[in-house]
Write a protein that binds this ligand. Sequence first.
Ligand code: NZQ
Ligand code: ZN
Length: 385
Amino acid sequence: MQDFSFYNPTRIEFGAGKIASLNQLVPANARVLVLFGGESARRTGTLDEVITALGEREVQLFGGIEPNPGFETLMAAVALVRNNDIDFLLAVGGGSVIDGTKFVAAAALFEGDAWEILLKGGQNIEHALPFGAVLTLPATGSEMNKGSVITHKALQAKLPFMSEQVFPRFSVLDPVKTYTLPTRQVANGVVDAFVHVMEQYLTYPAQAPVQDRFAEGLLHTLIEIGPEALADPEDYQTRASLMWTATLALNGLIGAGVPQDWASHMLGHELTALHGLDHAQTLAVVLPAMLRQRKSTKLGKLVQYAERVWNIHEGSDDDKAEAAIERTSAFFESVGVKTRLGDYNLGAGHIDEIIDRLTSHGMVALGEHGDVTPDHCRQILLASL
Ligand code: NZQ
Ligand code: ZN
């Protein structure tokens, strides 16, 4: 096991009706800005429930945070925070709203051009406003982690940042709030959480048996409940499991003490920034081809994954690895997330620009060994046409 430092200060309030606990969670004298996305929070009644729970506090609203939250939109929220002496933020939505709120929390106290936060990956964040979240979409784990991904539309750049200053103080997880999700977003959530586990598990053996078993447990659970969550949107127990699984997939626990990959995510971000694919769609395309391209360096873990997660015991190590990659693609397809670039109307002619962007963003030595180059990524995209 590798050395590690593990820190996670986010309180989780989990269960039906837990939005009412906002009254205890948010400081009584707070001047609150509630941030949300398009129309879903208002349409589903969640926004009203939140406002009611906040009682007599001074509350302002900022709506319109788009999927893949935009720097330009978020800077308007920063201006609102500064002009109104807001001292507490509350995100109501999915990963995009929570990520956007993390950025607003840091940017509101940042001196200079706030895009520098992304260019430095968050290392230049000294303070951030306190904030909490009401999660409406299980997928990203943003509700219990220190990461955020922001898109600069004009620059067509989607970049991540991390800082301990942007852990949510608390997150409210009410599975009932997921009942209104469109099928596509539930499927995206299953795939995103699955790939989060894979990015921290499918590297090389690191003598970390409990992390491996946790990771395999999360993968098994997603394989089991993914289809159920799609088939019966109002099955509380299934939605509860999906919600907590997605949180555990990226709250730091399974990644402590083990090597991590994240190459599929970094390449996927370029596909979203340039061509607008949903985050999970990019992962469904990239991950299988990424695993195949790097089969030799990942073989030990691929065989373990094949045997323990997919129950594949026949054939050579290479056969097992190949069969496990096939099962992975088939699982993504089975929940309705397509796995070929062609499914999203992208062809060989688009690849050069994607690779140019990846290179210009400094993503030239990716993966757990830092040996995944832009040229490898080109081969990966060609293989996923
Ligand atoms: O905008 P509204 O109208 O609210 O609709 C949203 C949005 O269109 C809708 N939605 C959310 N909750 C709903 C609902 N519709 C009906 N009922 C509900 N209860 O769902 C759509 C997608 O929402 P979004 O927040 O974009 O999805 P998701 O949670 O998948 O977040 C994706 C973003 O998170 C980033 C991704 O890159 C992407 O930008 N990620 C953040 C991570 C992190 N912070 O750790 C890790 C991930 O790898 C990921 O990169
Ligand atoms: Zn992700």
